[in-house]
Design a protein around this ligand. Structure first.
Ligand code: AMP
Length: 281
């Protein structure tokens, strides 16, 4: 297993693997890896001859008041997790090697990025789409792996790949949770002991709305109220958004008929956490 920082070195390695007829899987990450990332890497290792994990805290997807400077990093741990999960190569570029000073190309997956996290983080998906496209062009993977934890990101990447004819299969992987239900996230590390307990409200509130679905409720407004009431019962939690949207178009739905995504974002002690589930009617 190897760690490469330069785009040229990665391209050379890819050429060698391609000459050998090997298939390549890519797992894009921002590092500080946990079992959620690990599940993507393991899946990629099962389905491809070679797996590249990119570790890059991408500056262009962070807004001015977000946590770019404090984003947690632990390369040593990332390295051992990648290798034990079956990765063959880590691509860990510097921001200056990824971006030209006068780079001016943007990608806008219009519509799909208007709501949910896109509404709250206006520069986020533009940054994600450009960096993911660059990684796709550098690595030219057969398959790329993304978590359902970031459901809007997954939908946006799928649409971008279709619209721009990237010859890459996008594989969505289920959300990996702590034993108490909190979705694993690199940002969970920001939470205090009390904040960590309070964060369980994400999963608990979603579970309540799942119950309502099971019991035949089909009005989005009712789900939102159920989730809202539950989250408001936790004093440390502040709602950022609660949305029920069509899982393909990400447009809000009023009555649940097709496949929907219930997605929420809350703040706990200034840390923004997201969670979601998909339901197929
Ligand atoms: P990040 O490093 O946060 O940018 O995440 C890299 C990839 O890992 C993204 O595709 C995420 O959706 C995925 N991921 C993060 N947390 C989880 C989780 N708890 N379960 C499954 N996938 C995850």
């Amino acid at each position: 297993m190897n760690i490469l920082n330069s785009i040229d070195e990665v391209r050379n390695q890819i050429k060698t693997w391609r000459k050998e007829g090997l298939s390549i899987g890519l797992v894009p990450t921002m590092g500080f890896l946990h079992e959620g990332h690990e599940s993507l890497i393991r899946r990629a290792a099962k389905e491809n001859d070679r797996v590249i994990v990119s570790i890059f805290v991408n500056p262009t997807q962070f807004g001015a008041n977000e946590d770019l400077e404090t984003y947690p990093r632990d390369m040593k741990n990332d390295e051992s997790l990648c290798f034990s999960a079956g990765a063959n190569l880590i691509f860990n570029p510097s921001p200056s090697s990824m971006y030209f000073d006068d780079a001016c190309t943007t990608i806008n997956v219009a519509g799909l990025t208007d709501g949910l996290c896109g509404a709250k983080r206006p520069v986020h998906f533009g940054g994600v789409c450009v960096v993911v496209s660059k990684l796709f062009n550098i690595v030219t993977p057969d398959k790329a792996y993304f978590g359902e934890k970031d459901a809007q990101q997954l939908a946006v990447i799928k649409r971008m790949v279709r619209d721009l004819n990237f010859d890459i299969e996008i594989v969505g992987c289920p959300i990996i949770r702590e034993t108490d239900g909190l979705a694993k996230s690199s940002r969970n590390t920001y939470l205090s002991e009390n904040g960590r307990k309070a964060a369980l409200i994400l999963n608990k509130s979603l579970n309540l709305s799942k119950e309502a679905l099971k019991n035949g409720e089909r009005k989005s407004s009712i789900f939102k109220d159920i989730i809202k009431e539950k989250i408001n019962s936790e004093v440390l939690a502040k709602i950022d958004y609660i949305e029920v949207v069509d899982s393909l178009t990400l447009k809000p739905v009023t009555n649940i008929k097709a496949s929907i995504l219930v997605a929420i974002a809350i703040y706990i002690e200034n840390t923004r956490l997201i969670d979601n589930f998909t339901y197929k009617a």
